[in-house]
Design a protein. Structure first.
Length: 219
C-alpha cells in the first residue's frame, strides 16, 4: 500500500516524496553533467586534431610551392646552359669551317699526267653551281626556348620585354610575378647570346627589349 492511498496525503508523506524526487533529480543531473563533460572533452580533442591537420597541410603546401619554384629554376638554368654551350660550339666551329673551305678553294686542281686532255674541255662552259645560302637557320633546342621564339616570330617587328614573354608563357595572372619575369629574362638573354634575338635597352638602360634577329628552326 503506497503513501498516496487514502483520501488525503499527510504532510509527512509529501515531504518524503519530495525528498525522493530531489535525489532522483540530483542523480539525473549528475549523470548528464558527466555526459556533457565527456562530449566537451571529445570536441576539444577533435578541434585540436583539426588545427594540427590544417597546420600540416599548410606546411606541405608551402614545401610543394618551394619545390616547384626550384624545379622551374633548374629547368630554366638547364635550357640556358644548353643554349650557351651550343652557341659556343657554333661560334668556334663557324670560322674554322670557313677557313678550311677557303684553303681548299685556293689549292690548284691536280691533273693526272697519264690521262690525255680532251681539247674540247677548254671550250666547254663549266656547269653553273647554285649559290649557297649566306646563313643557315639557327637551331633552337629546349621546349621553352622554342616557345619563346614562336611568340617573337608572330610579331617580328615588336620590341618584346621579359614581362611580355612572361605573360604569354605563364598567363595574365603572372603579370606581376618577379619570378616569371626572371625566368623569361634568362630565356631571352640565352637566345640573344645565340644571335637569334637582338637585345636593346630603353629608358637610360633601365629597360631591355628583344627583337627577332635571324632565321631559326626548332631542333
Amino acid at each position: 500500500m503506497s503513501l498516496i492511498d487514502g483520501p488525503t496525503p499527510s504532510a509527512d508523506w509529501v515531504a518524503l516524496d519530495m525528498e525522493a524526487m530531489l535525489r532522483e533529480c540530483d542523480a539525473l543531473v549528475a549523470s548528464k553533467d558527466e555526459h556533457l563533460a565527456r562530449l566537451t572533452a571529445g570536441i576539444a580533442a577533435l578541434q585540436a586534431q583539426i588545427e594540427q591537420t590544417r597546420a600540416e597541410r599548410a606546411e606541405a603546401a608551402g614545401k610543394r610551392e618551394g619545390a616547384e619554384r626550384v624545379l622551374e629554376a633548374l629547368r630554366t638554368a638547364v635550357e640556358a646552359g644548353t643554349g650557351l654551350r651550343q652557341a659556343s660550339e657554333e661560334s668556334q666551329a663557324g670560322p674554322h669551317d670557313a677557313c678550311t673551305a677557303a684553303d681548299h678553294e685556293e689549292d690548284p686542281p691536280s691533273e693526272c699526267p697519264s690521262a690525255p686532255k680532251d681539247p674540247t674541255d677548254d671550250a666547254a662552259p663549266q656547269a653553273a653551281t647554285e649559290p649557297e645560302p649566306d646563313t643557315a637557320p639557327i637551331r633552337i633546342h629546349g621546349e621553352r626556348s622554342v616557345a619563346v621564339m614562336r611568340i617573337v616570330t608572330l610579331e617580328p617587328d615588336r620590341r618584346w620585354t621579359p614581362k611580355d614573354i612572361a605573360v604569354r608563357l605563364e598567363g595574365l595572372d603572372q603579370a606581376q610575378e618577379q619570378d616569371s619575369h626572371n625566368r623569361a629574362r634568362a630565356l631571352l638573354d640565352s637566345l640573344a647570346k645565340r644571335n637569334v634575338l637582338h637585345k636593346t635597352r630603353d629608358g637610360g638602360g633601365q629597360r631591355c627589349a628583344f627583337l627577332l634577329a635571324a632565321e631559326w628552326e626548332a631542333a
